[in-house]
Design a protein around this ligand. Structure first.
Ligand SMILES: [Zn+2]
Length: 172
């Protein structure tokens, strides 16, 4: 998937998290400043240098073993690192880890369908095959998925930024 698709997926995931928080936690959900800053974090970590695709070029590609779609694309490894981070950064920066998780999680989710991703455990046992499907990068499925994700992000953003929620949605 191209950069725009990863961006759309990351924003939909992040705003989805924030909307979920608002529906469940109400007033103690993230502030609009956090929602906005999280959008910037998710945007900068879902493609290019700070994303799983940092294994594709530049300095990081030389450091990370296994070539493109190696360790940075293993869902178990990424989940473990993110989980570890929540313990290191403390409560004040939970939102940051959540935004990073939206970026990296959505990236792997999308890569699963557009080319496949390696799973940690089988890879450690020498299994080289990726798991997933091989949709065409830049193909019609990608255009549709990007459109759906952007369309989804608009109402999610509305709620995440504090827009009025229909009373029937509220879980209390
Ligand atoms: Zn990737």
């Amino acid at each position: 998937m191209n950069r725009i698709g990863h961006q759309a997926a990351a924003q939909a995931a992040w705003l989805g998290f924030c909307t979920g928080e608002r529906l469940l936690l109400h007033d103690s959900a993230l502030s609009w400043q956090h929602v906005l800053t999280g959008m910037v974090v998710a945007s900068s970590m879902c493609a290019d240098d700070w994303s799983p695709d940092s294994d594709q070029g530049g300095v990081m590609a030389k450091i990370i073993p296994g070539g493109h779609r190696g360790p940075t694309h293993m869902p178990e490894l990424v989940a473990a690192v993110l989980f570890g981070l929540t313990h290191v950064v403390g409560d004040d920066l939970d939102w940051f880890v959540l935004a990073a998780a939206a970026a990296w999680g959505s990236h792997l989710f999308v890569d699963f369908f557009w080319g496949g991703i390696p799973f940690l455990i089988p890879t450690l046992f020498g299994h080289k095959k990726r798991i997933g499907t091989k949709l065409d990068t830049g193909g019609p499925a990608e255009h549709w998925m990007t459109l759906v994700l952007v369309t989804l992000a608009i109402p999610l953003g509305y709620v995440a930024f504090g827009g009025d929620i229909p009373a029937s949605w509220i879980v209390s």
